[in-house]
Ligand binder design. Structure first.
Ligand code: SF4
Length: 165
């Protein structure tokens, strides 16, 4: 079961194409100006099973992928990793948002199987905390300029962080 702040079954703004979005409940980053403060409480939200998410995704043949947003998906990395792996097996691409930076995630994933599973099953990562002083409404798929859109697969392949436009 995943603790969620909400689900959007069809989104055009949370990544490329048409996406199923799971908003994780629970976040400790405390970014000033966060637009989703209701997602911070680790005891809030409600539970949904991975099977239920998969079943709802199967009903929409137009979906391109899944986006794991927050809250902080990496705080439930074991379950999110499993969800990401299952959706990838179904042919979807996986995008994840995190307040942690890619390099921090790689470091933690050396010690934590859940984090490893989630990052290995992520195609695109939008990383870093939201910074109010770097807020830019014109940015695609991210809220502030410091956040990066990372091609995780390519970055892992060549051992260097590859940032997408
Ligand atoms: S990481 Fe996201 S949800 Fe968490 S405080 Fe920052 S902006 Fe809000």
């Amino acid at each position: 079961m995943i603790r969620t702040a909400g689900i959007v079954e069809e989104s055009f703004v949370d990544g490329p194409g048409i996406r199923f979005v799971v908003f994780a409940q629970g976040c400790s980053h405390n970014c000033t100006g966060c637009h989703n403060p209701h997602t911070h409480d680790f005891n809030g939200g409600s539970f949904i099973s991975i099977d239920e998410i998969i079943s709802r995704m199967r009903k929409n043949p137009l979906l391109d992928g899944i986006t794991l947003s927050g809250g902080e998906p990496f705080e439930q990395a074991d379950k999110m990793g499993l969800l990401a792996a299952r959706t990838k097996d179904m042919g979807y691409d996986v995008m994840a948002y995190s307040g942690y930076r890619y390099e921090e995630i790689l470091e933690k994933s050396e010690r934590d199987k859940g984090w490893k599973s989630l990052i290995l099953n992520t195609d695109i990562l939008v990383d870093g905390k939201f910074e109010l002083e770097n807020k830019d409404l014109m940015l695609k798929f991210r809220g502030s300029k410091n956040q990066r859109i990372i091609d995780v697969k390519e970055s892992m392949k060549i051992g260097k962080t590859i940032i997408l436009d």
